[in-house]
Ligand binder design. Sequence first.
Ligand code: ATP
Ligand code: MG
Length: 402
Amino acid sequence: MNYDRILIRYGEISTKGRNRKKFVDKLRKSVRIALSPFPNVKIEASHDRMYVLLNGENGIEIIEKLKHIFGIQSFSPAIKVRKDMDELKQSSLDLVSSLYREGQTFKVTTKRSDKTFELNTDETNHTIGGHLLQNIPGIKVDVKHPDINLRVEVRKEAIYLSCQTIQGAGGLPLGSSGKAMLMLSGGIDSPVAGFLSMKRGLEIEAVHFFSPPFTSERAKEKVIDLTKKLAGIYGSSVTLHIVPFTEVQQAIRDQVPENYTMTSTRRMMLRITDALRNKREALAIITGESLGQVASQTLESMFAINEVTNTPIIRPLISMDKNDIIKIAHSIDTLEISNRPYEDCCTIFVPASPKTRPKREKVIQYESFFDFEPLIQEAVEKVETMVIQPNREHHQEFEDLF
Ligand code: ATP
Ligand code: MG
């Protein structure tokens, strides 16, 4: 018995009231992009669910793709049946027979959103259950822990049969929460922060600080590769801004006492990222900070650094332990790239013992003897912006889709 469609349940989207249409449109777009290798597939979306009509395409491969799309709570391979009792009985029998192995139990769970259907929920359960018991030798009913749960959904336009519910990735459809700038270093944490933000529906643009000749081209390549991985999660391009940071860092080294250079470096990075955010019309900044992990991530440091902006700063990893972060990095395939041994701009000029409890007033005072603003403006102007594709060969295909 072949399923002819996959029924997708939205989960959280369905609580979004008047914004629901926007969420559904974004999800539909994500599904289209992910399923672009299957040209015969058709997508039908309504306010509370979506159907992927297989039209002969490979259902198993499609299921694998759907598992990674944010905004899908769960999905089920399904069969559409006309609202005719004989056809319903026959299709139910075909489906359950194709799955049944000796000694297994079943139950029928009917949901009826169309109350005009000739049988009510209990009657439908009994009629189909009876038909299966009569025609599948050895099958038994178990309403508590059935091996096969045949779901019968009676809707206005048709009846849908399914036996399997597959967990989706959860979260919200990509782009449905707006856009934020991800501060992307070459480390383990920031790509994970990017992934978790994307899961909550944020579209991201990555910002990387680069200090030639102190940081090498290979460090830059590493960040491009990480961005490519993040782009792969969405299946479409991610913009990456490379900020030339050498002059700002040299000015900090010349102006600020050594044990405050790290604090000041972070403040300048944040000011530049915020200026870029403004230019790119994003509404937040994402970092990979985790409380107490290193000197720049103590509460005192964050208090001193965060002072330069009141833009929301999203820190998805703030309460996570390193081991848990590493697990996610491994699962999204960024860990190996992050472990490549190239230097980061923050590791150059960094004092042997940066202040773990910097004072806000002090750093403000140290910075007050020099006007950093022109250097910040210059860095923003000289940013190199690239559009990173997950996989170049697919680029054209995606463009044709919309
Ligand atoms: P990561 O593993 O993400 O590099 P980390 O544990 O090494 O984090 P830090 O180096 O203190 O911690 O960086 C904290 C956060 O600051 C990073 O997660 C990232 O968001 C941002 N950041 C650090 N260096 C850079 C950089 N060169 N370019 C852009 N953002 C950076
Ligand atoms: Mg780092």
